[in-house]
Design a protein around this ligand. Sequence first.
Ligand SMILES: [Zn+2]
Length: 266
Amino acid sequence: MTKKKSFVSFLAIFALALLIGFTTYQSSEAASKKSAGDSAPKKASPQWSYSGKGGPSHWGSLKAEYTACSKGTRQSPINISKALGTELGPLKFKYRKSLSLTILNNGHAIQINQRKGSVLHLDGTEYDLLQIHFHSPSEHTIDNKSYPMEAHFVHRDKDGNLAVVGLMIGVGSHNTALDTIWPVLPKTKSKAKLNIKYEIAKLLPAGKSYYRYAGSLTTPPCTESVTWLVLKDTIEISKDQLKSYRNILNKTNRPIQKRNNRLILD
Ligand SMILES: [Zn+2]
């Protein structure tokens, strides 16, 4: 090989290495961004879903980053039963009123992103409320009872630890706390920024006693760094309100996972 030829081949190999490096960097960045929320699908390929080839039993093998979905030992949701009675500290919600919010239909759930300023105090730590989203039917079951819906209030502390409050939703009377957002739920995968007055705290039940256990995100990448706080008191929505949500998204619950030797405190 002449000097000129070998220089050209060196350049070609160098360019190829750069390209590979850049592509790998991009996909790992996309993956690390994804891990922040309980439901944060970006460009997942192959895409995870709640049924078929991308369904829950396949999540662990769809991507290397999703391994915890099949290999994890502290996965969520679980059936909540035989809780160990302890003196759990109170959940202190300090949620602010909102004048504008972003509602996102990400294809898996409808998510209401929160602006900074709403916090949850737990064990002397402050967790910022990031977003709330819904599953239908519920993901957790309580003494094997499933509910028509479950809301997840996703919080994160300054070190990245997540605390998710689970709220069971039954069918009964019309829930006025949803009156401003329910009529504007995005019907297809999209994001809408709305200037509407909304008080997220009104969705919470009066009683704030709860079950606590160590678990995971219930969607890929199923990361096991979540403190679950499942409220004992439930709220109600009307049959029509449930139908409105289910007409957009239904059967969006991961099946119950093995409890293994985890304690549930209450
Ligand atoms: Zn969730």
